[in-house]
Design a protein around this ligand. Structure first.
Ligand code: GLC
Length: 436
């Protein structure tokens, strides 16, 4: 019997030869073209919705309670280990309908999805053979990742997993927040070999993800360049397509990662050397927080998307589902508004490239060659009477949504586009399409 069990395990794909740590650049082409993705923070913390024992995050009566991030509730509001881990006995997302999530993402214009397969609390949303702290030991008792992957395949979205490779607050040897005990290297190595690396391998073997999203954000972590490379090697060994983000090693991501990850909610004003994305929240929190009413308007989030598109980067916008598996209504409304705008104006985003032109404040641009010719798209995010473009535009220029023509005059090396007042009747971004 035991022999048979082992025979079963050894069936897994074994590394044949030394792999290259670098993936061909063309494998990240889809990512560069995707522009817009959905981030999902979901786990045991979703049950608490940012509040515990009469306290709500942020709460400065706790030494480290000053944060909105509801997925951090355990260490920040000092929830005891046993109380927190026992949330597994309550987790029962009976209204989970992964196809409805994927449909919302797709209708919003998103091309990929990244879910927290395991956040810092150490809890795995899939059926993990490596750890019992997983979805199988909940009243729900069914893998949450497998049906989501199926839904992504059905609707043609790429998919990836956030995996907390460094912090793990449940494992006796996993890294803890910086104000807690520092795990010595020997202890961390045990966690690394026993849980972190095997779970990453498991995620790849079971689900074949398009990307892995690792998370370090401190100068001092246990993820040395050696461990970083060990993890990259593992990913490359078991997948020939899986992209890896720069947060795998904050101190030094090295040359072998596939895309750079910006700080949370941070928007660069320049082009970067590698593909990149901004992970961004809709509320202040990532995980659902029932008392965080700081929902960003869809118009502002579209500006971030357009800013990033014009700089060659992606926008990974988060939703925090509730513990029962439903998406919060404010998130759904915003996704639909963004999708409606992209339905009309998406030609300026998808398939486009940065124009390389320096535009006035509040104006962004992309370019795209179509069978009709060369197009410059200009995004106007605030009312203005005219916009001066540092290029000679000789073809026609019109508003994408309505087809309304706009006048332009070439002045030397520049073109001045006159904007009618009736363009700015609401706060949505106006897109102009100009032939050059
Ligand atoms: C930070 C937070 C983490 C969140 C991540 C998303 O690293 O600590 O909770 O998942 O940002 O970008």
């Amino acid at each position: 019997m035991i022999g048979l069990l082992f025979a079963g395990c050894s069936d897994k794909k074994a590394p044949q030869k030394e792999v290259s740590l670098k993936l061909d650049e063309e494998k990240s082409e889809w990512f560069k073209e995707a522009k817009f993705g959905m981030f999902i923070h979901w786990g045991l913390y979703s049950i608490l919705e940012g509040s515990y024992n009469g306290h709500t995050m942020p709460d400065t009566s706790f030494a480290n309670g000053n944060s909105w991030y509801a997925e951090w509730i355990k260490p920040r509001l000092e929830v005891p280990d046993d109380v927190y881990n026992a949330l597994a006995n309550q987790f029962n997302p009976v209204n989970y309908d992964p196809e409805s999530w994927v449909r919302e993402a797709k209708n919003a214009g998103m091309k990929y999805l990244v879910i927290t397969s395991k956040h810092h609390d150490g809890f795995a949303l899939w059926d993990s053979e490596v750890s019992d702290f997983d979805i199988m030991n909940t009243p729900y008792g069914k893998d949450l990742i497998a049906p989501l992957v199926e839904a992504c395949k059905k609707y043609g979205l790429k998919y990836g997993f956030y995996y907390s490779h460094w912090q793990d607050w449940e494992d006796p040897d996993g890294a803890l927040p910086r104000w807690c005990e520092w795990r010595d290297d020997e202890a961390f190595e045990r966690y690394w070999q026993r849980k972190s690396l095997p779970q990453v391998r498991e995620l790849i073997e079971k689900f074949d993800p398009d990307l892995l999203w690792f998370d370090t954000w401190d100068w001092k972590t246990h993820i040395t360049p050696e461990r970083r490379d060990e993890l990259i090697r593992l990913v490359r060994t078991y997948s020939d397509k899986c992209l890896i983000n720069g947060r795998i090693c904050y101190e030094n991501p090295g040359d072998n990662i596939d895309f750079l990850e910006m700080h949370d909610n941070s928007y660069p004003k320049e082009m970067l050397s590698k593909p990149w994305q901004t992970p961004a929240t809709m509320q202040n929190s990532w995980a659902y927080h029932g008392k965080d009413f700081n929902w960003k308007p869809a118009s502002r989030m579209l500006r971030y998307l357009v800013n990033n598109t014009s700089m060659g980067g992606n926008y990974l916008l988060n939703v925090g589902p509730k513990a029962d598996g439903t998406l919060p209504a404010p998130a759904v409304r915003r996704l639909r508004e963004m999708g409606a705008w992209l339905d009309v104006n998406g030609e300026a985003v998808f398939g486009s490239e940065p124009s390389g032109l320096t535009m006035p404040e509040g104006v962004y641009s992309t370019r795209k060659v179509t069978p009709e010719g060369k197009n410059l798209y200009i995004f106007l995010t605030r009312p203005m009477t005219s916009v001066t473009v540092p290029a000679v535009l000789s073809g026609e220029c019109k508003v994408v949504e309505t087809g309304q023509p706009v006048e332009m005059t070439v002045e030397g090396e520049k073109t001045v586009i006159s904007l009618p007042e009736n363009l700015f009747k609401d706060d949505s971004i106006i897109v102009l399409k100009c032939r050059s």
